[in-house]
Design a protein around this ligand. Sequence first.
Ligand SMILES: Cc1cc2nc3c(=O)[nH]c(=O)nc-3n(C[C@H](O)[C@H](O)[C@H](O)COP(=O)(O)OP(=O)(O)OC[C@H]3O[C@@H](n4cnc5c(N)ncnc54)[C@H](O)[C@@H]3O)c2cc1C
Length: 411
Amino acid sequence: MLPNNDVSSDRMTLRDLVIVGGGPAGAVCARMAAQNGLDVVLLEKESYPRKKPCGGALSQRTVNLLDLDLSSALENEITTAIIHSPSGQDIIRTANQIVGYTSSREKLDAFLIEKAMDAGAEVIENTRVVAVEHLRHAVRALAKGDSHKGRLLVGADGVNSIVAKRVGLREWNADEIAACIVADVSMNSDEVTNFMMRGDDDTLPLEIFLGVIGGGYGWVFPKANGISLGIGHRLDYEADLYGSWNVFINKLERERGISLDVSSKKGARIPMTSLDTRVTARRTMLIGDAAGIASSITGEGVYYSIQSGLIAAEVAEEVVRMKRPHHIAAYDHRLKKSIREELKAARFISRYLFKSEKNAELVCGLLEDDDRLAELAFEMVTGNRPATEIKNDLIKRMVRSHLLSMIKLAI
Ligand SMILES: Cc1cc2nc3c(=O)[nH]c(=O)nc-3n(C[C@H](O)[C@H](O)[C@H](O)COP(=O)(O)OP(=O)(O)OC[C@H]3O[C@@H](n4cnc5c(N)ncnc54)[C@H](O)[C@@H]3O)c2cc1C
């Protein structure tokens, strides 16, 4: 629970910006908008610190987006990624510098909210928004027994966004959404070290398991007090999520000689669109998962959430300063310019990688044999290079050196 932030007694005061949802997208947007001089209120249904089902892996690129020292929320420094093929080959790649971190989402999200409050945003917890009304010169978010009116509204309320639904912006198609099961397993540091494989520099890696579920993958990430493990797959690929989860856990227990307490397991969804539809409606902008912008390859979404939150804050300031509500369309334009090609490239790559176990095995064989391809796969897993660049380099490499395999992957 946050300290009392002098909650306004007159809820019907017209604010510049009402933000619904206080994950990374909403918190970063609130902070930036308040820093830009806007009067901001953020409504969050939970109280902090709150749990969010997530692997918690952050690329260095994500951390670099913020002018903040995130160290209180970061847990392991990552230099290594290991990709396990369906047949059990291990492709290990270690960089000579930190490429990412694992984080505690509880700590990260609470930290970002605190920074938003420090910048002057009002944060109201335990407030679930249930409806949105467009008025003549404003927009209103309705919570139970309470409502908040703004010149602009931002929907930062995650994958099940009520704002997106209420303003008629989106419903997910099966090929735009991944279903996951994730568990945080408590372990002491010796147990984590014994459980996980190691990188060439003896650090703990991000471990990715291909072929454990159709249309997706499994993961094990190291944390300060245990591990995050999970599986996920895009819904247009037929797969038995719970059956695959059981097989995955049994396999890990058998191979690593430890019984895993996965009682914290939860189902969750990740939206992965190509950003082809609109993310603005009248005075409303969608950011983060509410806009459907995670990577189709890795499910990485925090980077895009922060990026969209920053762009929305910039546009909100311009709209309010210029008193031009129609200028909100600039958000749609700028967000797409910034990340749409990346999301499309990620979808393109994922189509071949996750198509079948045979494809996953073929890809792993190529990574074993070709150092350049392994390097590109490492960049993809750790999320430090735009997928557009990786896709271009992959195609060039495949055409030049693996034309036959390329054809096999496509058929
Ligand atoms: C299993 C899993 C693993 C993942 N692993 C990673 C990873 O390792 N790295 C990575 O970068 N990304 C990962 N992601 C994706 C990442 O978690 C999301 O992309 C990211 O959290 C999106 O941030 P957000 O702020 O848009 O939404 P969220 O973090 O979901 O925040 C939305 C907020 O809105 C609040 N809210 C919802 N409805 C309402 C309402 N009606 N009224 C008020 N408040 C409301 C919620 O309580 C929540 O606080 C993973 C996702 C899943 C499901």
